[in-house]
Design a binder for this molecule. Structure first.
Ligand SMILES: *[C@@H]1O[C@H](CO)[C@@H](O)[C@H](O)[C@H]1NC(C)=O
Ligand SMILES: *[C@@H]1O[C@H](CO)[C@@H](O)[C@H](O)[C@H]1NC(C)=O
Ligand SMILES: *[C@@H]1O[C@H](CO)[C@@H](O)[C@H](O)[C@H]1NC(C)=O
Ligand SMILES: *[C@@H]1O[C@H](CO)[C@@H](O)[C@H](O)[C@H]1NC(C)=O
Ligand SMILES: *[C@@H]1O[C@H](CO)[C@@H](O)[C@H](O)[C@H]1NC(C)=O
Ligand SMILES: *[C@@H]1O[C@H](CO)[C@@H](O)[C@H](O)[C@H]1NC(C)=O
Ligand SMILES: *[C@@H]1O[C@H](CO)[C@@H](O)[C@H](O)[C@H]1NC(C)=O
Ligand SMILES: *[C@@H]1O[C@H](CO)[C@@H](O)[C@H](O)[C@H]1NC(C)=O
Ligand SMILES: *[C@@H]1O[C@H](CO)[C@@H](O)[C@H](O)[C@H]1NC(C)=O
Ligand SMILES: *[C@@H]1O[C@H](CO)[C@@H](O)[C@H](O)[C@H]1NC(C)=O
Ligand SMILES: *[C@@H]1O[C@H](CO)[C@@H](O)[C@H](O)[C@H]1NC(C)=O
Ligand SMILES: *[C@@H]1O[C@H](CO)[C@@H](O)[C@H](O)[C@H]1NC(C)=O
Length: 840
């Protein structure tokens, strides 16, 4: 037995071949737990991990590399030791037969003379490339806390890469450092899959089957939907870890959690390997949210590597209904319909029976997200709009012997993802970097064009089934065709557009008493808005644009185009339009209580209570959140202000006026470049400076709305002293000093929970962050506003029973509960990766 190399003499490779014993009878049950860089074994999770520095007869390791120990780690952590290599490092395991989980554990800690931040290496298993130019700290910073492993006792973050490989006797795991760099490994885990985990043949989204037999498989995500995290020691003999799903949901509170632990069973014993019963005992169903477009309700979004095939495994178990036909829903993968009418009860053959279903879908080279959505079936079921999911797994597949994403960047010139790009910067001069940027830009443009074409074909062959259709049905082509210019856009709009009814001019004249000025309820840049009664007696708001205005035509078309894509309880809906005799008239649902602004100041309306104000803000935030995330590319409103938030007779707030709205950035683009439009006082300074439009510009404007709601004053008031003219600046000045209460609407004092006012100010402040990327998303704003409302309501209850000890206890409880909840939620979203970030 050779002595282990001392530190600092990396580069010499001593190959030590140890005796190998294979007892073939045990092949099926053979497993390996290797504690890399350690002399001795440790017991972690009730399993014994063998130190690879001590002689042993279970596997061989090329004795290259040095062992390092994390002196700051306490206890017997598996991650306390690692093996570092700056030449190759091979582990050879033998005596296996069948499918195995191969897990590589990485936990970077300070390695004395090596800067782990610049480590970079590749790993191959029996020739299958697992990762290339892999940088663990970079990957961890992207994946964030999601992958924190339960084996780790130290405060440092760790990463586990899991693969499912078919092995015939020998497995050789080769670690190869990138040129001039080094790599490390903390532990290797090889666990047999006893039984068949995957069928050969998997149904593709959109028909036909894929034969995935013999493909390389990497686990990307594994979620226990609607339930708790399941740690690796809670999953039978496979030691899988099941994450909580809520942080991947677009709107976490869109789904309610249900549970029945009493009598859940597998359909057959063979299925017991597929997932532990714990996964099936909890589920998420649709909560009864106020969204008309239900599919928007349960959506999960995952970051994936572009240009790979994926296997998506859904775990289902009907926990509530005890007959078929009660809960029927559609399954969408990447906005395509994978299943039209999914009835878990019928497919599983009963209640409380575990069932899983796999789909295969390819992700194209320019897409790095995978969307899973569940929504109501086209044909109504008894319950109508409910869907159910118990667990979800996403596996990356490779037929070609390469599961490494970075490798493809090198070989095909495709742009690097965020996480990898900085590695490319290391060691490349500024000149080279510039060339690289240009090359990437060209590739982007090229791929973008290509994708647009694909999109066109997709729209035709496989219409994205979830585009909301409009009520009165008439298909408008004249307007759309009149639009000239961009033919392709018109084509796709025409194909998917159904807008409201077309009115004749005489019908409009009848409804508005021939445009009687006494019926004018609003005047805007676009023209006048009348209150009218259409012939069935329905009240409507009728917006007639100034016929001379060129601008008017563009906005008229934009508004029809936008509203044809959208339908939501918190967006004002379009009843119809009239384009006779060059008129540009839009007919909307009537909002009895007018603009939000008119209820804040400058009118005789009674002041809104704090609760009404919060509810109005929440309604508007819901509408905007839907705009940003509900449509396929997201839509940016561009003119968020209190006069564009309307209130119906019950004070439900709706967002109006989509004349300036724009489709959000396409695909990999981070922004839309466009001339600055919007309203003074609400304009995002970043958008103003750079003319780069993102959803975060709406978030900024919404922040100004929040200040307007709490201060009850115009956003621009030229009659005030200079420093007070602009509300955004004035309010931020006080908010930064944590004394916003000095300038809030005095009518709120005493009737609003002081703590809720404070939290509200904090939200508005976040929305006004200088840089868009530091602002929250509308979804996060929405969530925080709901929290503020809960808080205020709890306070109101304690006020009602002033001196009662129990209710102040209740408030404390609530505060605690809400605070705990808040800790578990992402506070902000990383702009580029779309991953949630956690504070602290
Ligand atoms: C593999 O599964 C079979 C039956 O499913 C069982 O009898 C056997 O004990 C299992 N082996 C291991 C190592 O779990
Ligand atoms: C391994 O054991 C030797 C003594 O047996 C000790 O000197 C060395 O530091 C140990 N190495 C590690 C990595 O624990
Ligand atoms: C080799 O593995 C077996 C279990 O597979 C274990 O009992 C034995 O202790 C291991 N050998 C060494 C030297 O650790
Ligand atoms: C974690 O550290 C504590 C001491 O801080 C120790 O008692 C415990 O055994 C450690 N657990 C693991 C899994 O290393
Ligand atoms: C690892 O194994 C491969 C294939 O057998 C071999 O080419 C390579 O030299 C080995 N590397 C080391 C460090 O032993
Ligand atoms: C590595 O990066 C992390 C986070 O960026 C930083 O905190 C740490 O100091 C860096 N370590 C070294 C050795 O540069
Ligand atoms: C899938 O392909 C493998 C060989 O790659 C073949 O043995 C198997 O029969 C195929 N399965 C199906 C269902 O076609
Ligand atoms: C769970 O399912 C069993 C079997 O159908 C049923 O008897 C029981 O009432 C259910 N429990 C709950 C809490 O729904
Ligand atoms: C539990 O499930 C078994 C098998 O599906 C069934 O026979 C039994 O009646 C169920 N018990 C209850 C309480 O539903
Ligand atoms: C689009 O579809 C047409 C025929 O339907 C086909 O010829 C063309 O290759 C497709 N284009 C792309 C980019 O898929
Ligand atoms: C699916 O739709 C969402 C939101 O509308 C969009 O962001 C995403 O890029 C779409 N995904 C694909 C693969 O088209
Ligand atoms: C809101 O609208 C309802 C219904 O039109 C009306 O009764 C009520 O007076 C309005 N409230 C205010 C403050 O205008």
């Amino acid at each position: 037995m050779e002595k282990v190399q001392g530190r600092g003499v990396l580069g010499l490779v001593f190959l030590v071949t140890l005796v190998l014993s294979v007892s073939s009878g045990e092949a099926q049950s053979k497993y390996f737990l290797v504690n890399c860089g350690a002399n001795s074994s440790v017991n972690v999770d009730g399993r014994r991990w063998i130190g690879d520095m001590a002689p042993n007869d279970n596997f061989t390791v090329s004795s290259s590399g040095v062992a390092v120990t994390d002196s700051t780690a306490n206890g017997d952590s598996l991650y306390k030791t690692a093996r570092i290599f700056d030449n190759g490092l091979n582990y050879t395991f033998a005596g296996m037969q069948g499918s195995y989980f191969v897990r590589l554990h990485f936990c970077p800690f300070p390695f004395e003379n090596y800067n782990v931040n610049v480590s970079s290496f590749s790993v191959e298993a029996n020739g299958l490339k697992l990762v290339t130019d892999f940088n663990v700290p970079g990957e961890i910073s992207v994946k964030n806390l999601h992958l924190q492993n339960s084996n780790s006792n130290s405060s440092s973050l760790s990463l586990v890469k899991e693969y499912i490989l078919a092995i015939n006797d020998v497995l050789l795991v080769e670690f190869i450092p990138s040129k001039g760099s080094f790599g490390f490994i903390n532990a290797i885990e090889i666990v047999p899959v006893n039984g068949t985990l995957f069928a050969d043949s998997v149904s593709k989204v959109g028909g036909s089957n894929a034969n995935v037999s013999g493909w390389g498989i990497e686990t990307m995500y594994r979620l226990n939907v609607g339930g708790q995290e399941i740690r690796s020691n809670g999953d039978s003999d496979l030691w899988r870890k099941w994450e909580v799903d809520s942080s991947y949901m677009i709107t976490a509170d869109a789904g309610a959690e249900i549970k029945n632990t009493s009598n859940v069973t597998y359909a057959s014993n063979n299925d017991s390997w597929v997932a532990p019963l714990l996964v099936y005992e909890t589920a998420r169903i649709m909560s009864n949210a106020e969204v008309l477009e239900k599919k928007f309700n349960m959506s999960w979004k995952f970051e994936v590597d572009p240009d790979f095939d994926y296997l998506i495994r859904f775990h289902f178990c009907e926990l509530e209904y005890d007959k078929a036909n009660q809960r029927i829903f559609r399954v969408y993968i990447n906005n395509k319909t994978a299943a039209d009418s999914f009835d878990v009860y019928a497919l599983a053959g009963g209640k409380n029976i575990a069932y899983h279903h796999d789909y295969f879908d390819a992700v194209s080279a320019k897409v790095n997200t995978l969307w899973i959505q569940l929504g109501p079936a086209a044909t109504g079921s008894a319950s109508g709009t409910d869907a159910l999911l118990n667990g979800l797994e996403i596996f990356k597949l490779s037929r070609s012997g390469n599961l490494a994403y970075a490798d493809r960047i090198g070989s095909t010139g495709k742009p690097a993802s965020h996480s990898k790009s900085w590695i490319l910067w290391v060691g490349s001069g500024a000149g080279a970097a510039t060339v690289l940027i240009i090359a990437i830009a060209c590739t982007c443009i090229f791929c973008f064009c290509k994708n647009r074409r694909n999109e066109m074909n997709d729209t035709k062959d496989n219409p994205p089934g979830w585009r909301p259709l409009f009520m009165h049905g008439a298909v408008v082509s004249s307007i759309v065709n009149a639009k000239g210019g961009d033919q392709t856009l018109n084509g796709s709009v025409a194909a998917s557009t159904r807008v409201g009814r077309r009115f004749t001019l005489s019908e409009i004249r009848a409804a508005t008493d021939n445009f009687d000025d006494s019926l004018v309820i609003g005047v805007g840049g676009f023209g006048k808005v009348y209150r009218g009664e259409i012939e069935d007696g329905t009240l409507a708001a009728i917006k007639r644009s100034n016929p001379q205005s060129e601008q008017g035509l563009a906005e008229f078309e934009t508004e029809i185009e936008m509203l044809s894509k959208l339908r939501h309880r918190h967006l004002v809906s379009l009843i119809g339009f009239c384009d006779e005799q060059n008129e540009m008239i839009l007919v909307y649902e009537y909002m009895a209580n007018g603009t939000l602004r008119s209820h804040l100041f400058g009118s005789d309306f009674p002041p809104l209570t704090w609760k009404q104000r919060l509810e109005a803000c929440i309604g508007a935030a819901r509408g905007l959140h839907y705009l940003h995330t509900g449509a396929d590319r997201g839509i940016i409103h561009r003119d968020v202000k209190t006069t564009n938030i309307l209130l119906c007779e019950n004070f439900v707030a709706k967002v109006a006026d989509f004349g300036l709205s724009k489709d959000g950035p396409a695909l990999d683009h981070t922004h839309v470049s466009t001339a600055v439009k919007g309203s003074f006082g609400y304009l995002d300074p970043e958008y103003f400076r750079r003319q780069h439009l993102t959803e975060k510009s709406d978030v900024y404007s919404f922040g100004v709305v929040l200040f307007e709601v709490i201060c009850s004053r115009p956003v621009i008031n030229p009659s005030l002293p200079k420093d007070q003219i602009n509300l955004a600046e004035w309010a931020m000045k006080w908010q930064r000093q944590r004394s916003l209460e000095t300038i809030i609407d005095p009518r709120l004092r005493g009737s609003a929970c002081p703590e809720s006012l404070k939290k509200f100010g904090d939200i508005a402040e976040k929305c006004l962050a200088d840089e868009g990327k530091n602002r929250p998303t509308m979804g996060e704003v929405l969530w925080h506003l709901e929290y503020v409302l809960q808080f205020h309501e709890a306070w109101i209850r304690t006020q009602a029973t002033e001196t009662s000890i129990t209710s102040s206890q209740a408030l404390e409880d609530l505060e605690l509960r809400v605070a705990e909840d808040a800790q578990q939620r992402p506070l902000s979203m990383d702009e580029e990766t779309g991953r949630p970030q956690y504070e602290g």
